[in-house]
Design a protein around this ligand. Structure first.
Ligand SMILES: [Zn+2]
Length: 158
């Protein structure tokens, strides 16, 4: 049951009289993963939290052309869950992107491996997570997006 109507039915079934449904407001994939692992039955995505997680005020001012999301888990074996490059390939098809001229920026090994599989140049933002770090595979390693920007500009405007 993965179509929109099916999802709506699943969500409706969580509304049980006398048993309040608690909706956790997530702001990115990491918070979604953490809240789901803690037992949340459903997740909400508030515009304020997404906007502020990206450094903007609320009000639809995010300068994004699209947001592509994988709602699956590893067990679903979809082609869009990183480290597989499915979402990047979807973006290539939808927007006519040349992925060899694109950058995949991420803070997890899955991001870097997806970018490499898609033919992108990769930037690993190392937040020192306690998990495998793709230090040798990434084209550039730094500590923040702000540090990544000058390197990306040098690649595209030498
Ligand atoms: Zn997926």
């Amino acid at each position: 049951m993965t179509d929109q109507a099916g999802k709506a039915e699943q969500f409706q079934a969580l509304h049980i009289p006398g048993k309040p449904l608690i909706l956790f407001n997530i702001w990115d994939a990491g918070s979604a993963r953490a809240v789901t692992a803690a037992g949340a039955q459903a997740l909400a995505t508030g515009s304020w939290s997404v906007a502020h997680a990206n450094g903007y005020d609320d009000g639809e001012a995010l300068p994004l052309d699209a947001v592509l999301v994988c709602f699956h888990d590893d067990a679903d074996r979809c082609d869009c869950r990183k480290p597989l490059p499915g979402l990047l390939l979807q973006a290539r098809e939808a927007y006519g992107l040349d992925l060899t001229r694109s950058f995949m920026i991420g803070d997890r090994w899955r991001d870097i491996d997806a970018g490499l599989s898609a033919g992108c140049r990769t930037v690993f933002i190392d937040y020192q997570y306690d998990e495998p770090r793709p230090l040798e595979r990434a084209d550039f390693v730094c500590g923040s997006l702000k540090e990544a920007a000058p390197w990306i500009l040098r690649q595209t405007h030498p």
